[in-house]
Design a protein around this ligand. Structure first.
Ligand SMILES: Cc1cc2nc3c(=O)[nH]c(=O)nc-3n(C[C@H](O)[C@H](O)[C@H](O)COP(=O)(O)O)c2cc1C
Length: 210
């Protein structure tokens, strides 16, 4: 129940008050993102945490001038791999072997299967897949923020190419997928803060097949 209470409390804040979020809360929100499951466990994304005010102010105009970009405490940029490469795949499989302390034939066969398919695919198709994985972590961060009593605005309303340029992401083999400003709501400046949450009824969402 506690989780549902927090998810009912959260909303996509349209105005934030500039108050700083404590670093221990940010660490737990990032840890929730790190713990997100991903396809084949590859975690094909990075998270850029922007605290720098100048940088936030520079991003705001390429994010539809949304005020929360400037007025948030921490701006998370979920940046997905621009494609899959052999090095990137091997890094994660090697890390798994290192941490678990053994090699497993089935796991190594699975590595080969991925190496024989992913890197050969079109980069755009791969980015489509890596960005989906980034959204899983983004969603866990969003829920963790609510759990911490921290407001957040899930955000696709920005020009990804411009954000990539400002942050130099393409040079690092990354592309911005989605943004998550974190901070505290400014009730008196937010038309949405007192409106009832709207979701379609359960019967329009879920089909149970016995
Ligand atoms: C992926 C994604 C992108 C979104 N982009 C924006 C955005 O750019 N700006 C904004 O104000 N809200 C944005 N929203 C917020 C949604 O409009 C909002 O989550 C939805 O209407 C449900 O309302 P609630 O989150 O307040 O419960 C986005 C939400 C998601 C999940």
């Amino acid at each position: 129940m506690e989780l549902l209470d927090k998810l009912n409390w959260r909303y996509a804040a349209k105005a934030m008050n500039g108050e700083k979020v404590a670093e221990d809360k940010i660490e737990r929100i990032l840890e929730a993102a790190r713990l997100a499951p991903t396809s084949s466990g590859l975690q094909p994304f990075e998270i850029i945490v922007i605290k720098n005010q100048e940088l936030k102010d520079k991003i705001k105009p390429v994010a539809w001038n949304q005020s929360v970009i400037s007025d948030c405490s921490h701006l998370l940029v979920f940046a997905a791999w621009d494609t899959y490469t052999a090095d990137r795949i091997n890094y994660m499989f090697d890390l798994t072997n290192d941490i678990r302390g053994f090699k497993n034939e089935g796991w190594e066969n699975y590595r080969q299967m991925l190496l024989n398919s992913y890197p050969q695919k079109d980069a755009e198709e791969n980015f489509n897949h890596t960005a989906k994985q980034a959204y899983i972590a983004f969603s866990q961060a969003l829920a963790a923020a609510a759990f911490e009593g921290v407001d957040a605005t899930p955000m696709e309303g920005f020009d990804p190419a411009a954000v990539d340029e400002i942050l130099g992401l393409r040079e690092k083999g990354l592309r911005s997928a989605v943004l998550l400003p974190l901070g505290y709501r400014k009730d008196d400046a937010d038309w949405l803060s007192n409106l009832v949450k709207v979701r379609k009824p359960m019967e329009d969402l879920v089909t149970v097949i016995d």
